[in-house]
Design a protein around this ligand. Sequence first.
Ligand SMILES: C[S@@+](CC[C@H](N)C(=O)[O-])C[C@H]1O[C@@H](n2cnc3c(N)ncnc32)[C@H](O)[C@@H]1O
Length: 315
Amino acid sequence: MSKGRIFLVGFGPGAREHMSFRARQAIEAADVVIGYSTYIKLVQDLLDGKEVIKKGMTEELDRCIEAYEHARRGKTVALVSSGDIGIYGMAGPTYEVLFQSGWRPGEGIEVEVVPGTTALSACAALVGAPLTHDFCSISLSDLLTPWPVIARRLEAAARADFVIALYNPKSGRRTQQIVEASRILLRHRAPDTPVAVVKSAYRKRQSIQMTRLAQMADCEIGMLATVLVGNSQTFLRDGLMITPRGYANKYEPLTGEVKDGERAGHSLGLGLDGWKANVRDRLAQGQTPEEIARDFDLPVNEIEAVRNEESAHVA
Ligand SMILES: C[S@@+](CC[C@H](N)C(=O)[O-])C[C@H]1O[C@@H](n2cnc3c(N)ncnc32)[C@H](O)[C@@H]1O
């Protein structure tokens, strides 16, 4: 019996031109293709002559178990998912099923995760360049995650000024999570913060709504949408949502010359070393750690760490 193989395939947002070459190769090589019925439809033209197993939304673990069962019998299986299968996808649960069966990497069934373009980068590409600075993703689905965990992450991301991609923002049954999310985000972000709601990116029913944080919860949002919330620097211009990369911190906008006190190729004046020097100066001038912490919106332990570092140095 030949050795079984499982390809965990993320085929991108939907359109064929956004599927990676490797994802296509993996599906073509498979004897058995397993996936949620909507995903199977999106790769239908690659499935001739293959055993196809369609599963419903709630049968996620069944998909992993079926993949394992077929691979155990020597089949090549492609478990397919939209976007990237490792992002809110079936790659993790499949590994868990494999480990529970006693499988070890390098022994028995071969496993390959095939990465794909995830919804946040697909959606970002359609609205401009909103993810050019630090960002994070948060799923609003409370089917498997307690709401306090989600709320804490929203609060932390909003406070830390991340651009935020909200996956699973709303469904027929989960309608209030986006309202709560909006309330939490508005505690730290201006009501006119740009927001993009992208539905079915690179699929037939693609739609894009550009809005502001205060109106986000009133938008038409469903299971097939991803919501991108800008940071404090993100702007909308001519229908595009752009997050600056930070060049304006170092260079003059029109001439491109390096600003006074900065050096090309070096950390900013308020980079790690410059910031520590700044804290030491302030301490030397008599400012308290609490006052400095407030100015930088940092925990007071960060200021104390700089002070202690300095005392250790002196000692
Ligand atoms: C269970 S997650 C799967 C994510 C997927 N593995 C990925 O990497 O994109 C489902 C959520 O992904 C987002 N999503 C997936 N495909 C999308 C698309 N084509 N357009 C917009 N959002 C999408 C939506 O937020 C949806 O609720």
